[in-house]
Design a protein around this ligand. Structure first.
Ligand SMILES: [Zn+2]
Length: 128
């Protein structure tokens, strides 16, 4: 287990953040206002914290930005590029599953790196 799922997620208000956006900064979630943060968002951010921990923090951000650039070239769309970063795919796929972090194997984000056209179609349906 790489993160205690019972540990409270630290959420810090930051007025420079765009509305309804979160930034997980070394395990601390920055957001403009906390009103929209529900348990699913918290679980999503916990998954990112687990990813960051197992990659020893800095490499997570480097890989995240590198994959984002690749996805931008692939999709030519900011929203789709962001949602298809493997770290986001894992967090969006399992954000509603509150037992996920307890069962999660290390580096599970790697399973979201490659996918078939059908898997992509299925995954993207949730954002329509
Ligand atoms: Zn995310």
């Amino acid at each position: 287990m790489n993160q205690d799922p019972e540990r409270p997620q630290r959420i810090v208000r930051c007025r420079w953040m765009p509305k309804r956006y979160c930034l997980n900064f070394f395990g601390i979630v920055l957001t403009r206002d906390t009103g929209w943060i529900n348990s699913g968002v918290v679980n999503h951010e916990r998954i990112h914290t687990a990813q960051q921990r197992e990659l020893l923090w800095i490499p997570f951000y480097i890989l995240y930005i590198m994959e984002w650039i690749v996805r931008l070239i692939q999709f030519r769309n900011h929203d789709r590029a962001y949602r298809n970063i493997s770290f986001e795919r894992e967090a969006y796929t399992h954000g509603g599953d509150f037992g996920y972090l307890r069962r999660r194997k290390r580096h599970s984000w790697l399973r979201h790196l490659f996918y078939t056209k059908q898997q992509l179609e299925h995954y993207e349906q949730r954002f329509r």
